[in-house]
Design a protein around this ligand. Structure first.
Ligand SMILES: [Zn+2]
Length: 384
C-alpha cells in the first residue's frame, strides 16, 4: 500500500510527484525533479486535493509515503505538525490567513525534513492575498514546500503562475474511478462503474452515489421523463419537481458537511465528541455556524447545478446516438429512451438543448429565480 493508491487514474501526475518527493531527500541525485513551489491543476472531481495530500505525505513520511506509518496517518487526519492545510470552501482566502501562512512558511519543520503548506483553493485568493504570499512562494525557505491547487493555471495571477511548477491532472477514466469505489467502499463492480459513468468521473460525486441511495434516487427522479415532455403543462410541472429535488439535495449535502465540519472542530480542539464546548470556545462554534448558515443559502442553487449537469449528460448521450458516435453512454441504463429521443429529435435539437442548458446556467448566475430559469429551459425541451 502507498499514499499514491488513492490518486486514481493519474499515472503521469503521480510519476512526476513521486519523482519530486524522492528528489527532495537530502543527498538525492535527481535534484532538479524537486522544487519548493507546486501547482496541481485539474477539473472538479479529478482529485486535486487528494494528489496534494499524497504528495505532502510522500514528502513527510520517512519511507516516502508508505501510507501506514504514524506520519502518513497524521497527514491523512490533517494533524501532522509539519503540514498546514488551507481549506477555504466558500470564503475567499483572506489577508489574515495569508499572513499567517507566510509566517508559518518561514519556520523550520518540527519532525520531518520539510514543512508542507497545501492551499486547496488557490484560485480563491484575491490579488491582495496573492501578493502577500508571492514573496514566500518566490523565495521559499529551503525546507518549506508550497502545494497550491486550482482548476487551471489561468485561475492564478500570472505573478504566482510563473513561480510554481505545474502538475496537471486529467479527467480519470470511469474504470479507474470504479476501481477506487470498489476498493474504498466495497461496492459491487458493476454498480461502481455505473456510478462512475453517471458522475462523469467526478470522484466525489460517484462516491456519493454509491454511498447515499437517496442521492442516486434523486438523480433518477430528476431525469425521469425529461426527454419525453409533450406539453407546456408537463414542462412546468417538471420544473417545479426539479426545484423541489434541488432543495432536498442541497439540504442533504449541507447537513452531511455541517456535521463533518463540527466534528472536525471538536477534534481539532481536543474536546470529547458529543460534549458541550466550554464557554471560552463557544465563539469558534458560533463562527462555524454563521459560516454554515451563509453557505446554506447557496445549497439549493448547487442542487440545481447538479441537476443541470445530469440533464446535460443525458442530452449529450442523445446527441451521440443521433450521430451514431461509437462512444460509451454516460446514462447507459437509459439507453432505450435515449435511442427513442435520438430518433425523435435528431442531432440539431440535441445540440440546441445543450445550448439551452448553458443559457439557463447563465441566467441563474445573474440571480434569475430558479423556477423561472428552469421553466424556460424545460419548455424548450417540450417544444415540437
Ligand atoms: Zn509513511
Amino acid at each position: 500500500m502507498s499514499v499514491w493508491d488513492e490518486v486514481t487514474g493519474q499515472p503521469r501526475a503521480v510519476a512526476a510527484l513521486r519523482r519530486a518527493a524522492a528528489a527532495s531527500r537530502p543527498g538525492a541525485d535527481d535534484r532538479q525533479a524537486f522544487t519548493n513551489s507546486w501547482l496541481i491543476t485539474g477539473p472538479p472531481g479529478s482529485g486535486r486535493s487528494t494528489a496534494a495530500y499524497a504528495f505532502a505525505a510522500a514528502l513527510l513520511c520517512p519511507e516516502g509515503g508508505c501510507g501506514e506509518c504514524p506520519s502518513c496517518a497524521q497527514v491523512a487526519a490533517r494533524t501532522h505538525p509539519d503540514l498546514t492545510a488551507v481549506v477555504t470552501e466558500t470564503t475567499l482566502l483572506d489577508i489574515a490567513t495569508a499572513r499567517g501562512l507566510v509566517e508559518r512558511a518561514s519556520l523550520a519543520p518540527v519532525s520531518a525534513d520539510h514543512r508542507v503548506i497545501v492551499v486547496e483553493d488557490a484560485d480563491r485568493m484575491v490579488a491582495r492575498t496573492s501578493n502577500t504570499l508571492l514573496k514566500a512562494i518566490e523565495e521559499p525557505a529551503l525546507t518549506t514546500v508550497w502545494v497550491l491547487c486550482a482548476p487551471s493555471e489561468a485561475d492564478l495571477l500570472p505573478t504566482i503562475r510563473s513561480r510554481v511548477r505545474t502538475v496537471a491532472l486529467g479527467v480519470p477514466a470511469p474504470d479507474d474511478v470504479a476501481e477506487l469505489l470498489v476498493r474504498r467502499h466495497g461496492v459491487d463492480p458493476a454498480l461502481a462503474l455505473r456510478a462512475a459513468e453517471e458522475a462523469q468521473s467526478h470522484v466525489g460525486m460517484a462516491a456519493r452515489l454509491v454511498t447515499t441511495p437517496e442521492a442516486w434516487e434523486r438523480r433518477e427522479r430528476a431525469l425521469e421523463g425529461m426527454l419525453g415532455l409533450r406539453s407546456a403543462g408537463e414542462a412546468v410541472r417538471k420544473a417545479a419537481e426539479w426545484v423541489a429535488i434541488a432543495d432536498e439535495d442541497g439540504k442533504a449535502v449541507a447537513a452531511d458537511r455541517d456535521e463533518r465540519e463540527r466534528a472536525e472542530l471538536v477534534r481539532s480542539l481536543g474536546l470529547e465528541p458529543g460534549a458541550a464546548p466550554p464557554r471560552q470556545l463557544r465563539p469558534m462554534f458560533k463562527d462555524l455556524e454563521d459560516h454554515q448558515k451563509r453557505r446554506a443559502k447557496r445549497a439549493a442553487l448547487d442542487g440545481v447545478d447538479r441537476i443541470l449537469t445530469d440533464a446535460q449528460s443525458l442530452w449529450r448521450d442523445v446527441l451521440m446516438r443521433a450521430v451514431d458516435a461509437p462512444v460509451r453512454l454516460v446514462n447507459e441504463a437509459r439507453r432505450p429512451e435515449i435511442e427513442r429521443a435520438a430518433e425523435r429529435f435528431g442531432p440539431q435539437r440535441a445540440l440546441d438543448s445543450i445550448g439551452a442548458i448553458s443559457t439557463a446556467r447563465a441566467r441563474l448566475a445573474v440571480n434569475v429565480p430558479p423556477t423561472l430559469a428552469l421553466e424556460a429551459l424545460l419548455l424548450e425541451f417540450a417544444a415540437d
